[in-house]
Design a binder for this molecule. Structure first.
Ligand code: G3I
Length: 370
């Protein structure tokens, strides 16, 4: 077992929040005892949610372990204890929900929503309009424009309507721009066939199906002020001027130690907030180069902790950013090694569910903010 070492900053923060007798006792406790009593969700300031993706579907289907959400009891326990928001990693995507044009497969999504309710957690819905993970019957169906509009409208009304009042934020449109800030007119079937106007319609349909849900644009590589985030800024301004119910902008925040930290993150979130939007960091992880399955070095772990803490701080510093979600844990369930050969170690938990310095950095940052 790795020992958890909490810094002086955490101990000071705890001493400030505990009665004197408890604080004195905490001083005498081994750091692990302190950690066991302070989950991330409890350390978070009031109204600020700390989320995780719920592992299942996607790349997990190719692995030889059981379905994490239903088959790994330790995973499930930590998911409930540490986090106050859940995101479906794959279970609400089209390829999962829509085995056929006429059918919906809600079992896995229902199970996440039920678990969240049992554990007093918010749910982020992911996602309604995307270029990826669409079923073959949709991508290769040669549908007319009218049919495609009807398929999307029915999907959004059915899915958002089913969870009305239970899913707090929806990633309505996911990754609609490329890194150059150009609309994905080639690989996004909706935009290619129906034009950019379908994006506004998707938000309108979702809002009609659940007026209480916050509706988001969500993408990666939009942490900094850059061509891609500029494109979202301009489109959002246009849609808001037209009265389209866009409520939020979220940066996925898949970071890598081989690139510098996106130092414009807070400034970028602030400009979306100035438009009247909520903001969120929705898929945070920090990967590193581990060639040949190498173990992370102390320096890599320290750098990773720094990236996680800086991302969380940026969000905490923006008043409308009240949701910070990690894209899964522990490392053995992460999507990263599956996609980036020779990279990994991206989450805040080791495979035996002991915590990394990055976990401590999140805890410290939350306690300091609270
Ligand atoms: O569809 C193919 C199938 O045809 C093929 O036979 C099979 C062989 O491995 O792969 C299937 O694709 C898999 C896909 O999920 C659909 O099940 C990919 O290998 C697998 O890598 C993919 O993983 C998911 C990925 O989204 C898909 O884009 C990951 O589990 C999931 O963590 C990841 O999550 C995304 C967010 O939704 C959006 N932001 C980026 C984030 C990380 O990529």
């Amino acid at each position: 077992m790795r020992q958890i070492r909490l810094s002086a900053a955490v101990l000071t923060a705890l001493a400030l929040t505990l009665p004197a007798s408890a604080a004195a006792a905490a001083d005498d406790q081994p750091a692990t005892g302190l950690h066991q009593n302070t989950a991330l969700r409890d350390a978070a300031p009031s109204g600020f949610v700390i989320g995780s993706a719920v592992a299942g579907g996607g790349h997990h289907q190719d692995e030889d372990y059981p379905d994490p959400f239903t088959g790994d009891q330790e995973y499930r326990r930590i998911l409930g204890e540490e986090f106050s928001s859940l995101s479906a990693e794959n279970q609400m995507k089209w390829d999962h929900l829509r085995p056929s044009r006429d059918g919906y497969a809600f079992d896995d999504a229902d199970a996440i929503v039920a678990y969240a309710q049992d554990n007093g957690q918010d749910v982020r819905g992911h996602t309604l309009l995307w270029h990826s993970q669409n079923p073959d019957w949709l991508e290769n169906g040669n549908f007319s424009q009218e049919e495609l509009r009807e398929i999307l409208r029915d999907h959004i009304e059915t899915v958002v309507g089913r969870y009305a009042g239970q899913i707090h934020q929806w990633d309505v449109a996911n990754e609609i721009f490329d890194d150059g800030g150009n609309l994905r007119t080639g690989d996004n079937i909706w935009i290619r066939e129906l034009g950019v106007g379908i994006v506004g319609d998707a938000f309108r349909w979702a809002h009609a199906a659940d007026p209480s849900a916050e509706l988001y644009f969500n993408d990666y590589n939009v942490e900094d002020v850059n061509a891609k985030s500029d494109a979202y800024y301009e489109l959002t301004r246009e849609l808001l001027a037209e009265g389209v119910p866009v409520h939020g902008f979220s940066a996925q925040t898949h970071l890598s130690l081989q690139y510098g930290f996106p130092s414009g993150l807070q400034t970028n979130l602030e400009r979306f907030e100035a438009l009247g939007l909520s903001t969120a960091l929705t898929e945070v992880d920090v990967r590193m180069q581990l060639p040949g399955g190498a173990e992370p070095t102390e320096q890599q772990l320290a750098d990773q902790a720094d990236y996680y803490a800086r991302a969380l701080e940026a969000c905490l510093n923006v008043s409308g950013c009240d949701s910070f979600t990690v894209w899964g844990f522990p490392d053995k369930y992460s999507w990263v090694p599956n996609t980036f050969e020779g990279e990994g170690g991206a989450t805040v938990y080791w495979d035996d569910y002991t915590t990394k310095p990055a976990y401590d950095a999140l805890l410290e940052t939350l306690l300091a903010a609270g």
